[in-house]
Design a protein around this ligand. Structure first.
Ligand SMILES: Nc1nc2c(c(=O)[nH]1)N[C@H]1C(S)=C(S)[C@@H](COP(=O)(O)O)O[C@H]1N2
Ligand SMILES: [Mo]
Length: 307
């Protein structure tokens, strides 16, 4: 959901609870797209899908936390490793391959791949399967725009996305802690959902290496591991693709990975979460609070089976 003023009937976040961020607000396109800043008018980033989520404050997580508390096993397994060890990774130049069931496959320089697509800056609540969460102001293009341009055929039912494999630059890839390259998948309708973002930046700046530069997936109603980083390939497939964490432990991580407080991880509860930067834990919301935007895609599915 894009940053915008709440519609009539929606709850407000008091402006005093919003982290100010000048760099971010100054950007003209951002302002044009999202809110009208008239005098002291309150700036309210609407990250909130469902009204149920309006009961607690939703401050942006600090840039420092977003860039220093990461999961990116290519650079090590602890949260500090990606910030510490990703410095020599080179996200430029970059190209992305489009392959599989589509009319317009090929390998594209990132600039050409992104060209012509509307740049959006949604603020999304993000929930890791490890029961911590953040609120991140992303920047990117909608995955759907890129996929439509590739002209999926009638056989395209899923998409598979692959991270870069560069053991010379990614020290975590020199040990097979998990299988590399990291892969993830979405059902085509999930990939075409309005919320699904290919992010190129956050807080108005290009992505830092630790966050998946130069291009990564963002699906805020799913657990964070779906958000494959440093993408080099997007492939349309007929069959449901494997995804790295399901390959690692199918009883713990599924393909869908929708945030669901009622379906616990076998080793811990998913009912609550720790918002990074806060002390008390808060309840986790169904679909991470985005029920209105995504629940229709899962109608009739048993979400305890398709976790
Ligand atoms: N290639 C790759 N992508 C990845 C991961 C990873 O280890 N490798 N970790 C995932 C997990 S578990 C999470 S929670 C998010 C974290 O993204 P962030 O560090 O930008 O918050 O990235 C996801 N994408
Ligand atoms: Mo995660």
């Amino acid at each position: 959901m894009l940053i915008r003023k709440p519609r009539a009937g929606e709850g407000d976040i008091p402006s005093s609870e919003i982290t100010p961020y000048e760099v971010y607000l100054d950007r003209r396109r951002f302002i044009a797209q999202s809110v009208t800043l008239a005098g002291a008018a309150a700036f309210v980033p609407s990250i909130l899908g469902a009204s149920e989520s309006r009961q607690q404050s939703e401050e942006l997580t600090s840039f420092e936390d977003i860039t220093h508390y990461n999961n990116f096993y290519e650079f090590g397994t602890s949260k500090e490793d990606p910030a510490q060890y990703s410095g020599s990774f080179k996200p430029k130049p970059w190209s992305v391959q489009i392959a599989g069931e589509c009319g317009n496959p090929g390998t594209f320089a990132l600039e050409d791949f992104l060209k012509g697509h509307e740049v959006v800056e949604p603020v999304y609540r993000m929930r890791c399967v490890e029961a911590w969460s953040m609120v991140i102001p992303w920047r990117g293009v909608r995955l759907r725009d890129v996929l439509i341009k590739a002209q999926p055929t009638g056989n395209a039912k899923f998409i598979k996305m692959t991270s870069v494999l560069r053991p010379e630059e990614m020290l975590g890839q020199r040990h097979q802690v998990i299988p590399f390259p990291y892969v993830e998948g979405l059902r085509l309708d999930e990939a075409l959902n309005e919320m699904t973002l290919l992010a190129t930046g956050l807080y108005g700046k290009d992505l830092l290496n630790q966050n998946g530069a130069p291009l990564r997936l963002v699906t805020p109603w799913k657990y964070g591991f779906k958000g494959v980083k440093s993408i080099v390939k997007i492939e349309f497939t007929q069959e449901m693709p494997e995804n790295t964490w399901q390959v690692m432990a199918a009883n713990e991580y599924g393909f869908y990975a929708n945030v669901n407080p009622d379906v616990d991880h076998p080793r811990w509860s998913q009912a609550r979460e720790r918002r990074i930067g806060e002390f008390t834990r808060r309840p986790t919301l169904m679909f991470n609070g985005y029920t209105e935007q995504v629940a229709h895609m899962y109608k009739g599915m048993d979400l305890t089976r398709w976790y």
